[in-house]
Design a protein around this ligand. Sequence first.
Ligand code: TXA
Ligand code: MG
Length: 329
Amino acid sequence: MSDEFQAATSEAVRVLRAGGLVAIPTETVYGLAADATNEDAVRKVFAVKGRPVDHPLIVHVADAARIDDWAMDVPAAARTLGATFWPGPLTLVLWRATHVHDVVTGGLDTVGLRVPRHPATLAVLRELGTGVAAPSANRFGRVSPTSAEHVREDLGADVDFVLDGGPSGVGLESTILDLTGEVPTVLRLGAITAEAISTALGAPVEAQAKGPSRAPGMLAAHYAPRARVTIASADAVETIATRAADAGRRAGILAMGASSGDPRVRVFDLGADEHDAARRLYAALRAADAEHVDELFVVLPERVGVGAAIADRLVRAAATFLGDGTTHT
Ligand code: TXA
Ligand code: MG
């Protein structure tokens, strides 16, 4: 372990122990972490993000053996999935242990738990000796940060320490799986697919039925840039974007392999495969904002593998525009 790595992780631990907030790198997105046993520190997370207090936070722990510190009546499926996918982009919703603070769970009887896959954050969790409650480290209503720069742009001096672990390797928030019902149910799509979970369990997994999400806080606005987002087919997208530019709009195209022969149209290429696309998506949406794009045409990837999660986020982003000149909050 390099001295620099050691110094940074020790500083993160010191700040967390003092009740401060640390931005932590994870393979999905950066988190805004507080010691999950310190109610005042966790409250600060909500204040800094501007997040409603009934939106629960995920508790991040060092390894699967820590499940029992936070959850009770833990089903065998949780052990299997922990052994298979942790550290990794999977959050398990379990019955919470009685000592877990309401401020962490948003008053629910359940708790979301995950072991993130990033060496610096795992080192912090091991040295800290307890879990951290951490939402994505963006202000409420902005897309999740996938680099330390994104965190600094959003949170500035409101975060006490940013542990810079480089760009997030996955780039989309974790898959959330609810294990408190009869059938394991995916509440949020992510890089770990329902099929992969089902294979690991040797049992069926459900996607959450339509209706308000049981993961409070999964609002469309979380995935939207400031531009109006419209879904377009790969065949038509260049023509449509050019037409929007003709109408005086600042148009952009966001797609895997995006291109345009029209110099007025901004191009946000998500790369050649869905893993690239997941990694680049949120930086691309931020770039569209930075370039003041007001009309963004997106082509959905095929809904296979992590492509399903990307399509899910983009469909939410497209659903957000209110059509009256204002957008999401
Ligand atoms: O990949 C991730 O999950 C990232 C990194 C930092 O770990 N975190 C993240 O946190 O995306 P956040 O707070 O932005 O989204 C967490 C989601 C929310 O929609 C919340 O409602 C849901 O997880 N959640 C947390 N605990 C829950 C619970 N007990 N029951 C249902 N949903 C829960
Ligand atoms: Mg978030």
